[in-house]
Design a protein around this ligand. Structure first.
Ligand SMILES: NC(=O)N[C@@H](O)C(=O)O
Ligand code: NI
Length: 175
């Protein structure tokens, strides 16, 4: 099957709290203060990210065991969840993920660079996407298990996942 033509190239940048601020929060120890607990045997990095709910239901925790997706797999869809934040936290060591996002206020027809940005986590970082933030579904570069924190909707609720086909985007590593 011939490869589909590339419609956009997206430059991947390192994930930092500052660069990711328009899309949500980065969950990491780096750059945050902590305080000793448990008799000094543990450091608590307190309240790094806040789950948000914008509809009935509750916040829950799930585990995603994800297969590795290669760099050269084109990006073809972005999605968003209007009624919940969505956090992804690696459960193992050195579990990097590709994060492709756009702000919640970008209309679907405008989903292209520079509104859409791509980040590579360092393998220790997690993210908490703000409600409505456009994102590519979890894209881990190594097989592994991820803690996911998001809304558990009441049974029978409509699915809170708006998808948009973006064509066929490829990735370029930042210099
Ligand atoms: N489908 C699901 O629960 N996960 C997606 O929302 C995702 O962003 O990976
Ligand atoms: Ni999602």
């Amino acid at each position: 099957m011939p490869a589909l033509p590339t419609t956009h190239w997206l430059t991947v940048q390192p994930l930092t709290a500052e660069s990711f601020a328009p899309f949500g929060q980065v969950i990491e120890c780096k750059g945050h203060c902590s305080f000793p607990i448990n008799g000094g045997t543990c450091q608590r990095y307190h309240d790094l990210a806040q789950p948000q709910l914008r509809a009935e239901g509750r916040i829950g925790m799930s585990l995603f065991h994800a297969q590795a997706l290669p760099w050269n797999l084109p990006l073809q869809v972005l999605e968003r969840h209007a009624y919940t934040s969505q956090a992804f936290v690696p459960m193992g060591q050195a579990l990097p993920m590709l994060v492709v996002v756009a702000p919640a206020d970008v209309p679907a027809y405008a989903l292209q660079p520079p509104h859409v940005q791509a980040f590579l986590s360092d393998g220790q970082q997690g993210i908490n996407l703000a409600p409505g933030t456009w994102h590519h579904p979890l894209r881990t570069l190594k097989e592994g298990t991820w803690l996911v924190v998001d809304r558990i909707a009441p049974p029978g609720s409509p699915v809170d996942c708006e998808e948009h086909d973006i064509g066929n985007w490829d990735l370029v590593c930042a210099r």
